[in-house]
Design a protein around this ligand. Sequence first.
Ligand SMILES: Cc1cc2nc3c(=O)[nH]c(=O)nc-3n(C[C@H](O)[C@H](O)[C@H](O)COP(=O)(O)O)c2cc1C
Length: 231
Amino acid sequence: MQADDRVSCLKTDLLKSCGACRVLVGVTGSVAALKLPLLVSQLLQLPGVDVRVITTEHAKHFYNPAEVSVKIYSDSDEWEVWTQRSDPVLHIELRRWADLLVIAPLDANTLGKIANGICDNLLLISLCHWQTCVVRAWDTSRPLLFCPAMNTAMWQHPITAQQVSRLKEFGYVEIPCIAKKLVCGDEGKGAMAEVSAIVSVVEQYLQKPNEPSQSTCMSDHTVDTSGTEDK
Ligand SMILES: Cc1cc2nc3c(=O)[nH]c(=O)nc-3n(C[C@H](O)[C@H](O)[C@H](O)COP(=O)(O)O)c2cc1C
């Protein structure tokens, strides 16, 4: 595809968005990324919600893009769309487009990168720009939700709690992982929250974007999703 065509596709994709609430899903290289098609389809069932996805390269290993009905953006789009000064910058356009960002799953690698301000891919660059918005109006205007997912041993490593706390200090909201038998065979905490729980939290934040402390939220930026289980 020619560069001009890529720019026009990007503009058309974001402009044609018909939803009143625009949800950007960030997906990283946890095995829980295999739930991306389910997550996107359930989000699209919320009234007035439109969805786009930013994927890391490793996350691509876990889902079939043909099963995801919305545009999935990745690093190559970021670099291919920009060839000259007049071209749009993808991570800026996506940041402008979205009302809410939910990173599901958030793997240990990207968790560590976010906690340390690293921005070496499309998702993380978008986050860095998001953080500059956070300085002025993050809590009230644009929620950022994150759903950790990793092996129990990784979850229990002391650095994980430090990094999760760091993200909550930024004003981001944790949708906590749950305990169950993991795909690797281990049993314990570290599994991504159930998709139905994630969608329910997204819905609450979209309904009341100006109320960061909602009924299901605890004061320390962790959402209580206990009792929610996928069917
Ligand atoms: C089969 C498989 C499953 C994985 N599952 C997880 C996981 O659940 N959580 C995690 O933190 N890392 C997991 N990883 C490791 C990440 O994919 C790896 O750290 C990768 O560098 C993450 O890159 P990203 O954060 O850019 O997506 C898994 C790797 C493989 C091969």
